[in-house]
Design a binder for this molecule. Sequence first.
Ligand code: UDP
Ligand code: MG
Length: 181
Amino acid sequence: MTESILLIVKPDGMIKGLAGHVLRRFEETDLKLVGARLAKVTDQLAATHYHHLRDKPFFEELIHFITGRLYAGQGSVLAFAYTGEDAVRKARAIAGATNPEEADYRSIRGSFGRVTTKGVFENVVHVSSDAIEGEREIKLWFHPEEITVDLFPAISAGGQSAWADPGGPKTRTGPWPQEKV
Ligand code: UDP
Ligand code: MG
């Protein structure tokens, strides 16, 4: 089944100089790269992206991690959209298990991730958990015109484009919040 996923090189991956390595690992698959974006993650984007974890005790630390505040603000991330056969399984195999200590040591997380003393998994990359999350996350992180193929239906009016079905309240529907990259 054709699926689409969001890959993010998280702030720890960027600071450790792993963006090229991550991209190379994905280039070795048959997945098609259809979107790429450098972003400074706002609190709003982080909270929307990780809405399913909002009640977890590590949520605040997780937001500090993904926004780059754990790294004195050096927190730009690279976000990529990929599509292809069995994309979730292939991408998550490259990433490895969520906890770097449990991840296959040949995976990205197993090779380069760590667990902080506060219990956050600094695990280098984000990969969508399933195809539904993949669609929601790509629509959250990308405008339709930033995706190079017709992945999901979009509408345009007055020179602006938007996803036709943005995926409910957990997905951004308006313009991007102002971001400083
Ligand atoms: N996370 C964490 N501690 C946990 C579970 C998750 O620090 O006990 C962080 C970790 O960075 C993870 C992210 O929260 O990648 C999202 O968690 P999820 O369960 O969605 O795992 P993933 O889909 O990223 O493997
Ligand atoms: Mg997840």
